[in-house]
Design a protein around this ligand. Structure first.
Ligand code: NDP
Length: 273
């Protein structure tokens, strides 16, 4: 099986490269050069289609995105190009070579009012990142041989748990947003995607951790690693430009039924910081 990982230089892409190592995956990056990687800018649509069609992988995994939520609000054109328009071209090329397309999306397609969102709940993004990711999903859904993996709070070398751990370790104060989400380590997410590929499932699946607030999570990290800093719960984070859904947690019961691995336990996930 020939596997292509688009965005192999990102948190998830890095872990996918490790779990899929035996397949000697074709790996792409754009600004963070990686060993054995090929430079591919997703906004160069012609090159994207050309590259995929020439390499002819059996599986294309799109782990690339403009993930800076505030950046998307400021640079809307860039967000639209990477998170939405480029996905159309990934779909087109995958269709031509009959590749199975796995596309990673986000809990931020939801407005965060209800929480514990199921795969068939109606999205209603409240920021531009969520909107562009939802548009990307729409293109993917037009292709039958594809899977959308919606996830939440991915962490490896960035993300809230990493910030909380570092700050608390330095004995400083962590400002933790009250809101809920479903954080998962990039490693667990990559392992889950690796298993899903073998089943060639289609449609949408939520693969994320257990529902928790940033406040509860920071307290957990403090306790788990016996850190000296203080956790302060806040309604809003100074400097945020984009609106954040209050409770974007995902219902993961579908994935729990399909997958053999424990991808969701918070304690288990926190071992991979
Ligand atoms: P990262 O921000 O760590 O990595 C983003 C990746 O996208 C990098 O490999 C980057 O390449 C690549 N990329 C960005 N712009 C372009 C471009 N123009 N052309 C080609 N590649 C590009 O993301 P994560 O691993 O954290 O996220 C993976 C997926 O999970 C994304 O789809 C994201 O939307 C989704 N997700 C993430 C969440 C999170 O908390 N991080 C939460 C929910 C969903 P380079 O590094 O070389 O510039």
């Amino acid at each position: 099986m020939r596997v292509m990982i688009i965005g192999a230089s990102g948190q998830l892409g890095y872990e996918l490269s490790k779990v899929l190592q035996t397949h000697d995956p074709i790996k792409t990056y754009v600004s963070q050069e990686i060993a054995g990687g090929i430079k591919l800018d997703l906004t160069d649509y012609h090159s994207v289609e050309d590259f995929i069609i020439k390499k002819k992988p059996d599986v294309v995994i799109n782990a690339a995105a403009f993930t800076d939520v505030d950046g998307c609000e400021v640079n809307k054109e860039k967000a639209f190009k990477i998170n939405a328009e480029a996905v159309k071209h990934l779909v087109r090329a995958s269709r031509v070579i009959e590749a199975y397309l796995v596309h990673v999306s986000t809990d931020y397609v939801f407005d965060g009012i209800k929480g514990l969102y199921r795969e068939d709940d109606i999205p209603n993004p409240i920021n531009y990142y969520g909107l562009t990711k939802l548009l990307g999903e729409a293109y993917v859904l037009s292709y039958d041989d594809s899977l959308i993996v919606r996830t939440s709070g991915v962490f490896r070398d960035k993300g809230f748990p990493i910030y909380a751990y570092k700050t608390l370790k330095e004995g400083k104060e962590v400002l933790a947003f009250k809101g809920y989400y479903s954080p998962i380590s990039a490693k667990k997410l990559a392992e889950a995607i690796n298993e899903l590929i073998t089943y060639r499932k289609s449609g949408i699946i939520h693969v994320a951790g257990e529902r928790i607030s940033r406040y509860e999570l920071a307290l957990k990290i403090k306790e788990l690693y016996n850190l000296s800093g203080k956790v302060i719960e806040v309604d809003n984070i100074k400097g945020w430009i984009a609106r954040r859904p209050f409770d974007s947690s995902l219902d993961i019961s579908k994935a729990k039924k399909i997958l053999s691995i424990d991808f969701y336990s918070i304690d288990d996930n926190l071992r991979f910081m």
